[in-house]
Design a protein around this ligand. Structure first.
Ligand SMILES: [Cu+2]
Length: 403
């Protein structure tokens, strides 16, 4: 499926034409015409085209890859009564890094084992209630559902219900079953999540590093962290002109909290700041909404656990990374995995080294969520599924609320 990435340049040309159309309509001050694009997925079997109950539409392609499992391509969002836009050119799981607290194992599940191929499980209809199963190679690998999400808005006597398209797959790696899920809401919000299920992988008798579960053959479940990374190639308004912005609020511990902005067009790595209300967005420098504001997507980071590993795991030193898209270099995959990345073509071995001062035009956002898994009695004989999630939220993509 290398071709999907290599045709990016051609797709971008048509996007630029669409952007010109959109910008032009903003300048002329009249509604944009409907110029709906359906991406070429090679086969309609790999096309997802869902119109949600409020009229919003998500269209995208998917493929199965040996390491990354299900990868999404060319995800377009059309708001209710609005203009279609490419949001993500490519979205993938870029590593599941699982270091154990007793240093008994430090796993790199995506690069070393893979979410696809034999590890991608065949789903049954019972696992996808009310949804549709999507096949690859005769195996039901994706469950697609549309589900309610409560209020889109509620203002005293007026309310509307929200809906989301949901896609998930399940990959069995060792004793774990991972459930990568993507939710696409009818306001343009995207929620990547990861479920951890299956059974506990490792046990210990050392009270420093495990929680008593007193299961047969397992006195204590060994404590460990799941670091779930996503790689997100945003292409709003076209491939080029991406910019990264950090927003902070000063005055911690005082009565005033002034906002500050830090923009960059150079590769960068950043850490979360909960007391500074720190947030980030990726914006297009030229495409603006009808209010004249640059369109952007904001990362609403999950912040319960933050993992900082030893010096030989430098990709755990930061939480958010912004890099130039170098997925394919000289027809070979290059900056694909957060860790254990193939270096055969001179590409760097991990995400920390991808950040090397390069200027960015086609930006990629990398974000990892961490779940420190302290086993509990409820984790045997089968683990209760644990979910980790974050959101990517439109900021000024449209000039007002669209639901
Ligand atoms: Cu776990």
């Amino acid at each position: 499926m290398l071709c999907i990435n290599l045709v990016k340049a051609k797709r971008i040309l048509s996007l630029l034409l669409l952007s010109v159309f959109v910008v032009g309509t903003v300048v002329l001050g009249r509604p944009a015409p409907a110029a709906a694009i359906t991406p070429n997925c090679g086969s309609t079997a790999f096309l997802i085209d869902t119109t949600l109950p409020n009229g919003a539409r998500w269209v995208m392609c998917w493929e199965e890859r040996r390491n990354e499992g299900i990868v999404l391509h060319e995800a377009y969002f059309t708001p209710r009564n609005g203009v279609q836009r490419l949001v993500l050119y490519r979205a993938s799981v870029s590593q599941i890094h699982v270091p154990y607290d007793n240093n008994g194992a430090r796993l790199h599940d995506v690069s070393d084992y893979g979410l696809g191929g034999a590890n991608l499980l065949d789903l049954t209809p019972a696992e996808c209630p009310g949804g549709a199963l999507l096949q690859n190679n005769g195996k039901d690998v994706i469950c697609r559902t549309v589900s309610g999400d409560g209020y889109a808005y509620k203002a005293y006597g007026t309310q509307k219900q929200a809906y989301a398209l949901s896609l998930f797959s399940v990959s069995g790696i060792g004793k774990y079953n991972y459930i990568p899920k993507w939710k696409f809401f009818d306001d343009g919000t995207i929620e990547p999540s990861m479920g951890a299920a299956g059974t506990l992988q490792f046990c210990t008798t050392d009270s420093r590093y495990g929680w008593h579960i007193n299961a047969p053959g397992c006195v204590r479940g060994t404590s460990h962290t799941h670091n779930y990374f996503r790689r997100l190639d945003f292409d709003m308004g076209g491939e080029a002109n991406d910019e990264f912005q950090q927003i902070d609020f000063g005055g911690v511990g005082t009565s005033y909290r002034p906002i500050t902005y830090g923009n960059t067009r150079t590769e960068t790595a950043r850490v979360v700041s909960q007391t500074g209300f720190r947030t980030w967005r990726i914006l297009d420098r030229y495409v603006r909404n009808a209010d004249g504001h640059p369109i952007s997507y904001e990362l609403d980071a999950e912040s319960s656990h933050t993992f900082r590993g030893p010096a030989y795991e430098p990709w755990t030193r930061n939480d958010v990374y912004f890099t130039e898209n170098r997925l394919v270099v000289n027809d070979t995959y290059c900056e694909q995995f957060v860790s254990h990345n193939p270096t055969r073509t001179g590409c760097a071995g991990n995400l920390a080294s991808f950040v090397n001062g390069q200027s960015v035009t086609d930006g990629v956002l990398w974000y990892g969520m961490s779940f420190h898994h302290l086993a509990r009695d409820e984790d045997h004989p089968r683990m209760s599924t644990h979910w980790s999630s974050f959101q990517l939220i439109p900021r000024d993509v449209t000039a007002n609320s669209i639901r």
